[in-house]
Design a protein around this ligand. Structure first.
Ligand code: PMP
Length: 362
């Protein structure tokens, strides 16, 4: 049942066009390569943290509203202090507070025309004016144009690596943007940074306008946990806390605090897991190129590709019939592209086999 209007709705709710998340199929046995989840189980420290009943007693009480122990653990990973760390229920929630805290102004927030599709949704919800900057032909960021627009912008948001393209911006370019936007917040959304990029977190002590947002959903294999965080100058973190506490958004629940703290310290697991995903990504990219796809160079746990001859919608539908789910965005400029999340080697072999059969049959 899909309700599209109601006399009970406020005008604001009637006007919204909510985010449509990638499909989460129930019951069907599919090779699921559509929402950039990590195909490997999380660090064994997660299972260890969940075992036993030490936390049953803690569940009787309300959670630590400041998540202090977890924030200390996150800060430790980046040579920061807890006052430079904000935690939220997934990075989507962190982004929501950041939009409200920093970008609700007269001047428009700037982001790329092809990027994470939640940004315009939040702008609409929080009444943040925005302007989009076209990516270059090869989907790289137009750094000169972004920097040139700084004087009239209310802020800048860069997904790095970008989604759904996977393209990475180097730290020198990020620094140029931080300098151009010295009067405004530059939010670098690093949901995928562990799959091949260098985090801008190391620049935080030099740029009070830099807010780095990361998540445990992708590289830590904990999308079901809902834990994201922002790193930045204490003034920015205090701004986020003011927004969060006024909105009465939920503190992080006790189990999530415990599990996230266990996971964040396991650097060896992280390096091993991201190493596997990266090597599979490179193998899949080469094979897709050999099959006639243009593959955008990716620094993320997905690849973005279009076939020279066959329409993306047709490949998407054929794969779906073969039990493989990828993502197709029916949007201007990218409607002939598919975004394929990197699964295990076995899953990617199933995907590649299905693509080969499909192209062979056409
Ligand atoms: N930023 C980007 C660029 C993303 O692709 C995603 C995942 N869809 C998120 C943020 C949100 O991730 P989460 O809320 O799971 O932390």
């Amino acid at each position: 049942m899909s309700v599209t209007s109601s006399p009970f709705w406020s005008e604001a709710v009637t006007r919204l066009s909510p985010y449509v998340p990638g499909e989460q199929p129930r019951g069907e046995k599919l090779v699921k390569l559509n929402t950039n989840e990590n195909p490997y189980p999380p660090s064994p420290r997660v299972a260890h943290a969940l075992a036993g009943d030490a936390h049953l007693e803690a569940l009787r009480l309300y959670p630590d509203p400041e998540s202090l122990s977890l924030r200390k653990a996150i800060a430790g990973q980046f040579d920061l202090v807890p006052e430079q760390v904000f935690v939220g229920n997934g990075s989507d929630e962190v982004l929501a507070h950041a939009f409200y805290a920093f970008f609700k102004r007269e001047q428009p927030l700037l982001f790329a025309d092809i990027t994470y599709s939640f940004y315009p949704v939040y702008c609409q919800f929080f009444e943040v004016p925005f302007r989009t900057q076209p990516l270059c032909q090869d989907f790289s960021f137009d750094v000169d144009a972004l920097a040139g627009a700084a004087a009239e912008a209310g802020g800048l948001i860069i997904a790095n690596p970008n989604a759904p393209t996977g393209r990475l911006l180097g730290l020198a370019d990020i620094e140029n943007l931080l300098e151009a936007y010295a009067h405004r917040v530059v939010l670098v959304d690093e949901a995928y940074i562990d799959f091949g990029g260098e985090s801008a977190a190391q620049l935080i002590d030099r740029y009070p306008n830099l807010l780095v947002v990361q998540t445990l959903s992708k590289s830590r294999s904990l999308a079901g946990l809902r834990l994201g965080y922002a790193l930045g100058d204490p003034a920015l973190i205090t701004g986020l806390n003011r927004a969060k506490n006024s909105f009465n958004s939920y503190p992080i629940d006790t189990l999530t605090q415990v599990v996230a703290e266990a996971a964040i310290g396991d650097r060896d697991w992280l390096d091993d897991c991201t190493g596997k995903v990266i090597s599979t990504r490179e193998r899949v990219s080469e094979r897709l190129a050999a099959l006639g796809f243009d593959v955008v160079p990716s620094a993320a746990n997905f690849v973005f590709a279009q076939h020279g001859k066959v329409a993306a919608a047709e490949i998407y539908a054929g794969l779906r019939k073969a039990g493989v789910l990828v993502r197709h965005f029916d949007k201007p400029r990218i409607s002939n592209f598919l975004r394929i999340s990197i699964g295990t080697d076995a899953e990617m072999d199933t995907f590649l086999g299905a693509v080969e059969r499909l192209l062979g049959d056409l």
